[in-house]
Design a binder for this molecule. Structure first.
Ligand SMILES: [Fe+2]
Ligand SMILES: [Fe+2]
Length: 497
């Protein structure tokens, strides 16, 4: 199957919309052997009737099957109703060959934010269940789920992106097509390709880029993603469609990490001291090579909380690294963290592994940012390190986390994620949103930790930390209950696949 994806056409006034360019693509769209055309939303600039009438005229000239979904711009000025009148239904699904394409509206009237509410969430789930054995599963959604590089401050990701991400991965979806950020990008998360389109005809391109469309070719064994830019440049990425095997030969064990977050140590009742003490006892028994704490060490950045933290962590056997969350830096925390916990960017390095901390927090703010300067320095350090396992750790998350409204993402998560995946970093540890989660993006396993010892936690198992075992050929992540030490597998991945 060969799919053409156009997006963010923004039909409207001459100043924003390149009409001539879009119509010049018609011939290519109709005569390049595409089985399907997808428009991933923002058909119009402001959801106005005249814009929809013109868009409808354009779609009438397309001679191949096509599916069009609305974006946030289409939902302006009561536009969603006009979308249904002029373009078609905003939600639904379509069988194509032995595959299924599900499309959902994520736009909210007069808002740039995206949301897939519970009814639509269940709709996607039901269809995926019904079509479990379909040869190809595609989901179309305007707002992006995985952060996009080169698109400026990360915003308007779906508010429930983590839950949707989890649903699409578990539903074994092959391909997710989105638009919205006007920059083409692709990431493979587990077995699912998350594809973003640039804008096909809006003047609002990013970083001096030009208009583009995507071509996605899906074969039995391989799929390719090509961005075709209107100046003739093409960029292509190829991915195998081979399924991961369930069982791997692990090879010998190289390294074991205990990964904690949001201990929120204080004299407050929300700090569960018994959970903390038991967790440390379990960690000591498990004998990890390294313990990494991804922030939220203390409840507040005050002396008495830090003094208590130092006392409680003194019972840990083995090396431990910390990176701060915003809370660790509030009040006097910005001075107390380096005094009690050592430097901001902590590091552990042997011949076999390097774990590099990246401080993403600022005092008095939950917002995370790494920034260009720190990102460049980070990769310079990592590239200088010898071959072996490369890991980074920070407080804020790089991919959306289920069971939370998306607010813990780094502002520049799209840029950092792209660089992490392209550099084939083995492991990223994060600690926001207090929900244990792990997924593989490209060759990088990204793991988020729950709160180890605070009442504010989001695992049905209760407070927990993660245990990560790195073998020559596999990487396994477990969630370990803080109080009892019982374990649950979060995932096993082939390190060479
Ligand atoms: Fe757009
Ligand atoms: Fe949009």
């Amino acid at each position: 199957m060969k799919i053409c994806q156009i997006s963010d056409t923004h039909f409207g006034s001459e100043s924003d919309f390149n009409r001539k360019l879009l119509y010049s693509l018609l011939d290519r769209i109709n005569n390049s052997g595409f089985s399907l055309l997808i428009h991933s939303g923002d058909v119009t600039q402001s959801g106005r009737k005249d814009e929809y009438i013109e868009a409808r005229r354009f779609f009438k000239k397309i001679k191949i099957p096509h599916i069009v979904i609305p974006g946030n711009h289409d939902a302006r000025n009561g536009g969603l109703k006009l979308f249904e009148d002029h373009i078609g239904p905003v939600n639904g699904y379509k069988e194509i060959d032995d595959g299924i394409i599900i499309y959902v509206n994520s736009a909210i009237a007069d808002s740039d934010e995206g949301r897939v509410g519970m009814v639509k969430f269940d709709l996607i789930k039901d269809i995926l269940q019904k079509y479990t054995d379909a040869g190809l599963k595609v989901v179309l959604i305007h707002h992006h789920i995985i952060p996009i590089p080169m698109a400026g401050r990360e915003r308007n990701v779906l508010s429930n992106a983590g839950d949707i991400l989890d649903l699409l991965i578990k539903g074994d979806v092959d391909l997710v097509l989105s638009g919205h950020r006007h920059y083409p990008n692709v990431h493979k998360v587990e077995n699912t390709l998350f594809v973003n389109a640039g804008t096909t005809s809006s003047v609002k391109t990013r970083y001096g880029d030009v208009n583009s469309y995507n071509v996605i070719e899906i074969g039995d064994r391989e799929q390719s993603f090509t961005t075709v830019r209107v100046d003739g440049r093409k960029s292509e990425r190829k991915y195998s469609r081979k399924r991961n095997r369930v069982f791997y030969d692990f090879g010998s064990k190289i390294f074991r990490v205990a990964h904690l977050s949001n201990t929120f140590i204080s004299n407050d009742r929300s700090f569960l001291r018994k959970h903390f003490k038991n967790a440390i006892m379990t960690i000591n028994r498990l004998e990890p090579d390294l313990i990494v704490h991804c922030g939220g060490i203390v409840r507040e950045g005050i002396t008495q909380d830090y003094e208590l933290a130092v006392r409680l962590f003194s019972t840990v056997d083995g090396p431990i690294l910390f990176t701060p969350a915003g809370r660790d830096l509030n009040y006097l925390g910005y001075h107390l963290f380096p005094k009690y916990m050592d430097s901001f960017d902590q590091k552990y390095k042997t011949e076999d592994v390097v774990f590099q901390g990246v401080s993403s927090s600022q005092y008095d703010s939950p917002v995370g940012i790494v920034g260009d300067t720190q990102r460049k320095a980070l990769f310079k350090k990592l590239h200088e390190s010898s071959e072996g396992i490369k890991a980074i750790f920070l407080h804020h998350n790089l991919i959306p986390i289920p069971h939370s409204r998306e607010k813990g993402l780094l502002e520049d998560s799209g840029d950092l994620l792209r660089e992490v995946v392209d550099a084939e970093i083995d492991l990223v540890l994060t600690g926001t949103s207090s929900h244990p989660y792990a997924a593989k993006v490209g060759k990088t396993v990204i793991v988020n930790a729950n709160s180890t010892s605070s009442v504010y936690q989001r695992s049905v198992m209760g407070n927990s930390f993660n245990l990560i075992d790195i073998y020559e050929d596999a990487l396994a992540v477990y969630e370990v209950n803080s109080l009892w030490g019982s374990r649950r597998l979060l995932g096993i991945w082939n390190r060479n696949g």
